[in-house]
Design a protein around this ligand. Structure first.
Ligand code: ATP
Ligand code: MG
Length: 423
């Protein structure tokens, strides 16, 4: 029996790659326009980094991590998210001496042991962006604006909803936690078993539950916005004023607390109604205090992660990779040696051309040219070679004309530059 890929892990096939490239390119160009620079991080870290950086009580650390001992007996974990690694690197390389905010982004695979379904995988990809060292509310608003500009660049803005909230600061939490417990304790019978466990560990997490049965109870829970300290309330107000100044539409959703332990003040999520239960396309928030908790300077931070699989799913079936502009068909070895150099020159100048090897019948080569979707076939047999000519055949019309071999590379480059060159 042939070996198959691991459950929840998928190949991104060539038909899908152009969409991935578009998404990644949109990310790079939008993030870089806002002054973010790319950092490339390792795929695995010491387990304790995630335990400390994400929070022991989170679903991720409790049950989703790929953790193993390496051969020297150290416990390492495939990264389930990028923020902890990025902050580790920020501290390790002394980024705090750079002008603040330090703006960094990264993209790549993440690993979580989850139940695989459409839009939820065990290896998936995120684009992750972090602004470090600045608490000004305008930073929060600009980070959110950049996220929405990313979706705008992909033409997805109209199909997504932006939700924002503040979950307050250290002064907010104890009071709100007490109010939540007062509310949930007499209703715990209506919650799922997991939420009953969360009530002990972290009642805020109940607000994040996706179980339909819990929703009626969650919907009537007290709002965290009523428990904000004056300082946290003012910060949130100013974030919203900056968003308004940029004309960014959003909904304030007081129950949006996010799954990670480290968030304070601003949190936000981008949701779609098109992917069923996998409705979160991106999420983020502020995490002042986390860098210090990881042994670094007392620098604040804010960031977000975009789930790239879900973005690609939203893009649907767009036109796939460009076909070659032409397939060069030598009929025999002499023609092949002449065409090898011409093909190479055309490619060096950016034309996408394919070359046959002179071993198949012309009819087969033309069929193959059709299947590849090439616009033209260039046929060179012994007769053509003797005359220093190639036969250029337009596949759609079947029209043929002679082109001097001398000028063939130029001709191919010119054809490739025409709009709609390949079919
Ligand atoms: P969800 O509620 O869907 O589990 P999350 O809150 O766990 O999401 P984050 O940790 O905030 O997700 O990660 C940011 C984004 O990464 C999510 O909004 C989602 O688009 C994507 N994402 C998270 N987990 C997966 C996964 N297992 N497969 C595919 N994408 C994922
Ligand atoms: Mg999750």
């Amino acid at each position: 029996m042939p070996i198959k890929a691991v459950r929840g892990v998928r190949d991104i096939l060539p038909a899908e790659s152009p969409r991935w490239q578009r998404v990644e390119a949109a990310g790079r160009s939008v993030f870089e326009a806002y002054g973010y620079r790319e950092i490339r991080l390792p795929l695995f870290e010491r387990t304790e980094l995630f335990a400390r950086g994400i929070g022991e009580a989170t679903d991720i650390v409790q049950k989703e991590m790929y953790t193993f001992e390496d051969r020297s007996g150290d416990s390492v974990t495939l990264r389930p998210e990028a923020t902890a690694s990025l902050l580790r690197a920020y501290i390790e390389h002394g980024f705090q001496v750079q002008p603040k905010p330090v703006r960094l982004y990264t993209m790549g695979p993440m690993f979580r042991y989850e139940r695989p379904q459409a839009g939820r995988y065990r290896q998936f990809h995120q684009a992750d962006v972090e602004a470090l060292g600045e608490t000004h509310p305008a930073v929060d608003a600009e980070v959110i604006a950049m996220l929405m500009d990313f979706f705008g660049a992909l033409g997805l803005a109209d199909r997504l909803e932006l939700h924002v909230n503040s979950i307050g600061d250290a002064g907010t939490r104890p009071a709100y936690r007490a109010r939540l417990l007062d509310y949930f304790a007499p209703r715990s019978g209506e919650l799922c078993p997991e939420c009953r466990g969360r009530l002990d560990r972290n009642p805020l997490r109940v607000l994040d539950c996706k179980t339909p049965g819990c929703q009626p109870v969650i919907e009537k829970a007290p709002s965290i916005l009523d428990s904000l300290t004056a300082e946290a309330a003012e910060h949130f107000e100013r974030v919203r004023a900056c968003l308004d100044a940029m004309g960014i539409a959003y909904t304030v959703t007081p129950r949006l607390v996010r799954g990670l332990d480290y968030y304070v003040r601003t949190t936000f999520e981008v949701l779609t109604t098109e992917l069923g239960a996998q409705n979160a396309v991106a999420g983020g928030g502020r995490y002042d205090g986390l860098i210090e908790q990881l042994g670094g300077p007392p620098d604040p931070g804010i960031g977000f992660a975009i789930g790239l699989e879900r973005v690609v799913l939203l893009l649907g079936d767009e036109a796939s990779a460009a076909a070659p502009v032409a397939v060069l068909i030598p009929l025999g070895d002499a023609a092949l040696s002449r065409l090898l150099g011409i093909a190479r020159e055309a490619r060096r100048r950016g034309a996408r051309v394919e070359l046959g090897y002179g071993t198949r019948k012309l009819q087969r080569e033309l069929e193959r040219t059709n299947r590849l979707g090439a616009g033209f076939a260039v046929i060179v047999g012994d007769d053509e070679l003797a005359r220093g000519q190639a036969l250029l055949r337009e596949m759609k019309s079947g029209a043929q004309r002679g082109v001097p071999l001398e000028g063939l590379a130029d001709e191919l480059v010119g054809l490739a530059a025409r709009p709609g060159a390949a079919r």
